[in-house]
Design a protein around this ligand. Structure first.
Ligand SMILES: Nc1nc2c(ncn2[C@@H]2O[C@H](COP(=O)(O)OP(=O)(O)OP(=O)(O)O)[C@@H](O)[C@H]2O)c(=O)[nH]1
Ligand SMILES: [Mg+2]
Length: 491
């Protein structure tokens, strides 16, 4: 069949078949042209596949969001522990100083409580290294901002033995100071801010009060740590490497145990409803193991170690196992305090998934940065802001109702949900009913705030339990990956 030729178009004329083409020549020419088209289509298809593969190779980007102490960093550590063992192993030794610091802080908190009870409350300047004053110590230790220390009616029967313990454990003040200097500002917990701030990341001050951190800065700082402001003569190699900390802890081991196990002090804690076991970075039951000269942190220690996150920290690792083996993941762990939330916003572009942590045991607690705000209420407000956020409209959001273990303990100890959440009413005060109730509330908020319909994914988690968390992460990993690949194909 002949082809029509546009005689005014030079290209058309150039590729036009010769006017005197024979039948055989035409068949041969058409064969050549068909082959050329096949090769060209094949190249196009290869390019398309390569482009799709390139998009699929884009790292899976996940944001961990939630208020301070909700368990974001702990969840990130679970991801590393489960899927990126190499990076985990490389980091392990850096955590030694954090665990030591947590233990020393626990002991200094006990010493503060004992001093106060002895009626010899040291002025604040005497204990610059203890980052909590007594009321704050109570709050942090009890996990409840409403708990004030009872001015005990009868003074606790402390003896000379307690005064001696206090003196012998005195060097731990300096050790806490040294570790704080090594670990940077993340080592100090939040204190109430004077300016009032709101829950959402958009209505916070434009300039976040905390700076951006694009890598694990404290680990680098720890490696390069050089103390300053000290007379050269006092500096030793041991001080620089942290060996003096290990040495002092090993020397104080028996005294630390004696303090923690002391029945008089235990009684004071009980009477004042101070639950040290529920506080962040609790290591008092591990003194025997940690306060030794050859201590190396276990996986469990690293997961439980507490260091506040400043700004936004970026973690890039290649998953070694699982369905995404070989795939690169980019995870952002953020500081959760109200004053840090404005720093999250620049990271909302191109996110595959948000894991939102809400510490469900905190229904009776107040925010450290604003003692007027109930922590559950803050989580609801923040959840609403994140669900309603337009740049995240098409992003998968996964809710972790975390600290289920603490919720169990709290309810078992007799704390009533309805005393803090009146709308809970006369429902049964058990974990199943409470979690179902809270979950429903989060679901409703999401439904009302999502800019467009979005599935509601929720998991009940105890992030410090690495085994159960690994099972949750496997489900989460699959869901995130499926979404990631679907997006890559669509783009
Ligand atoms: N008992 C218990 N403790 C938990 C759980 N999840 C986290 N923690 C502890 O709670 C503390 C705070 O956890 P982090 O992961 O540091 O909290 P975060 O959300 O990263 O907090 P910021 O960095 O301040 O925003 C740590 O001491 C954790 O060990 C949990 O499910 N149960
Ligand atoms: Mg953190």
């Amino acid at each position: 069949m002949g082809r029509s030729i546009d005689v005014d178009d030079p290209l058309s004329l150039a590729i036009a078949p010769p006017a005197n083409e024979t039948h055989e020549e035409r068949i041969a020419r058409e064969k050549r042209e068909a082959e050329a088209r096949r090769v060209s289509d094949e190249i196009d298809e290869m390019l398309r596949q390569e482009r799709a593969a390139m998009k699929k190779r884009r790292p899976v980007k996940v944001l961990l969001l939630g208020q301070s102490e909700s368990g974001k960093s702990t969840t990130l550590k679970n991801f590393q522990l489960t899927y990126a063992r190499k990076a985990w192993a490389e980091d392990r030794s850096s955590w030694k100083a954090v665990v030591q610091f947590n233990l020393v802080r626990n002991i200094n908190t006990l010493l503060d409580i004992m001093s106060r009870e002895m009626g010899t409350r040291a002025p604040r300047s005497d204990s610059p290294d203890s980052d909590l004053d007594y009321d704050e110590a109570d709050d942090a230790a009890a996990g409840s901002a409403d708990t004030d220390m009872n001015p005990s009616t009868a003074p606790a029967p402390f003896t000379e033995h307690h005064h001696v313990l206090k003196l012998r454990l005195g060097p731990l003040r300096r050790i806490q100071e040294e570790l704080e200097a090594r670990l940077g500002s993340g080592a100090s917990e939040l204190v109430q801010t004077s300016s009032s701030t709101s829950a959402g990341p958009f209505d916070s001050p434009r300039r976040p009060q905390e700076f951006y951190v694009r890598s694990n800065n404290w680990k680098t700082a720890l490696k390069n740590f050089r103390p300053f402001g000290r007379a050269e003569g006092r500096r030793s190699k041991d001080f620089d490497t942290g060996e003096d900390v290990t040495e002092v802890l090993a020397t104080c081991r028996e005294d630390m145990k004696a303090l923690w196990e002391d029945p008089v002090l235990q009684d004071v804690l009980r009477k004042n409803k101070i639950r040290m076991e529920e506080s962040s970075g609790f290591f008092l039951n591990d003194i025997d193991r940690i306060a030794t000269r050859d201590y190396e942190p276990s996986d469990d220690d690293v997961v439980r170690a507490r260091l506040r996150t400043l700004g936004v920290q970026e973690y890039r690792f290649v998953f070694e196992i699982g369905r995404t083996a070989g795939h690169e993941w980019l995870m952002y762990d953020v500081g959760g305090a109200r004053t840090s939330r404005a720093a999250w916003v620049p990271y909302f572009d191109d996110v595959d998934a948000v894991i939102f942590l809400a510490p469900i045991s905190a229904f009776d607690e107040k925010l450290a940065e604003d003692k007027r705000v109930n922590r559950l209420e803050d989580s609801y407000l923040l959840w609403k802001a994140i669900c309603g956020c337009k740049p995240l409209a098409k992003t998968q959001i996964i809710l972790f109702l975390n600290k289920i273990d603490l919720l169990e303990k709290k309810l078992a100890s007799g704390v009533k949900v309805k005393d803090y959440v009146p709308s809970f009413g006369d429902r049964s005060n058990d974990v199943a009913t409470a979690t179902k109730y809270f979950q429903q509330h989060f679901r409703e908020i999401a439904k009302q705030s999502n800019p467009e319909p979005r599935p509601f994914f929720v998991h009940l988690t105890t992030a410090t339990d690495t085994k159960s968390t690994a099972a949750t992460l496997s489900v989460v990993e699959e869901g995130i990956l499926r979404d990631h690949l679907r997006r890559a194909d669509l783009l």
